[in-house]
Design a protein around this ligand. Structure first.
Ligand code: ADP
Ligand code: MG
Length: 324
């Protein structure tokens, strides 16, 4: 069985969101223990991950050091965090595999993801990134072409495009490594967003692709059977935060779409996860799961906990009245 595992930000930072080196190494150790446990069950795992806190740190360095070293664009920040987190995850996974006596090799692919140059996100940016700044500092960056929004009390925050992932450019390389037996880390942070120009040349763009939606595209392109989105809650919840909140177990994709349309899943967090797990199953995936790290082995190998999205049951179509 082949599984695409998408790790949330919490799997890469301290529980309180801190991202010191030691916090990230420790979070990676815990996450890769879970991956090694899956591998021990005979599952081939392809790993992808978020990079929000890490890119946030790089953006602060850009700002603070701008007078000394030239700032780098957001696509470069994405590439840098893919490489660094890939390195940290490979070390952690190698160690976890070694402790279990599993003889498997790991690899990281710096991954580009194609987006449309005319994606509506570029004219209406929605994804907040980096730290809050006072109005006068933000104004300076607006003059440099960035989009910043007034967020009231907290100050101003930069917003960028969050374009639809169309295609994982480097999926063939990832699939070849998986076929050769490697455990691969790829498409971190949703992939480095690239657009193709009239001459067919790829260019990085300043945007942030949703890592869960991108994970669904990667899962299909590497032929994964199951998409697992690991986050900091064990299940998606109906009426989240209300006294009558209700965790969701197994649900058919059509029903999950109805629940999403009813507004149960917040747009900046659980919403894209639910969209991603639905897309994967709608496009032919056999099952997708939203759960926390502690539950992923049970979620993949047994009925487990977690929110499990399955294809719509067949045979519910009304019988053909002609009998044919
Ligand atoms: P990650 O960093 O793993 O991508 P996010 O913080 O983006 O995770 O999304 C997970 C969060 O979504 C949970 O911690 C929870 O606070 C929030 N959330 C919003 N709506 C729901 C819901 N309906 N059910 C469960 N969690 C929800
Ligand atoms: Mg988070």
């Amino acid at each position: 069985m082949r599984v695409l595992l998408a790790l949330g930000g919490n799997a890469m930072t301290n529980a309180d969101g801190r991202a010191r080196v030691e916090d990230q190494v420790e979070a990676a150790r815990i996450a890769m223990e879970a991956v090694a446990a899956l591998v021990a069950e005979g599952v081939d795992v392809v790993i992808t991950h978020g990079n929000g806190p890490q890119v946030g740190n790089l953006l602060v360095k850009n700002e603070v050091a701008a007078a000394v070293v030239p700032p780098v664009p957001l696509d470069w920040c994405g590439a840098q965090t893919q490489a660094t987190l890939g390195f940290v995850l490979m070390n952690a996974l190698d160690a976890a595999l070694g402790r279990r006596g599993l003889d498997r090799r790991t690899a990281t692919v710096v991954t580009r993801t194609l987006v449309a140059w005319d994606d509506p996100g570029f004219s209406r940016p929605t994804k907040p990134i980096g730290r809050y700044l006072p109005a006068d500092e933000a104004r300076l960056l607006v003059e440099h072409g960035e989009t910043w929004e007034d967020r009231g009390e907290k100050g101003w925050r930069r917003v960028v495009a969050s374009p639809e992932p169309l295609e994982i450019v480097d999926a063939p390389a990832i699939a070849a490594l998986v076929d050769a037996g490697f455990l691969v880390v790829a498409n971190g942070g949703g992939g480095i967003p690239v657009v193709v120009d009239a001459d067919g040349v790829l260019h990085g763009v300043e945007a942030v692709i949703d890592k869960d939606l991108s994970a669904a595209v990667l899962a299909r392109s590497v032929g994964a059977d199951v998409l697992v989105i690991a986050t900091d809650v064990p299940q998606a919840v109906l009426r989240y935060g209300a006294p009558d909140a209700e965790p969701l177990g197994r649900v058919a994709v059509g029903r999950m779409r109805e629940l999403a349309a009813e507004g149960h899943f917040a747009s900046g967090s659980m919403g894209p996860k639910v969209d991603a797990v639905c897309r994967f199953v709608e496009q032919g995936g056999s099952r997708s799961v939203i759960t926390d790290l502690d539950s992923i082995v049970a979620a993949v190998t047994g009925d487990g906990t977690g929110t499990v999205v399955t294809p719509d049951p067949t045979g519910t179509v009304s019988p053909d009245p002609t009998g044919g």
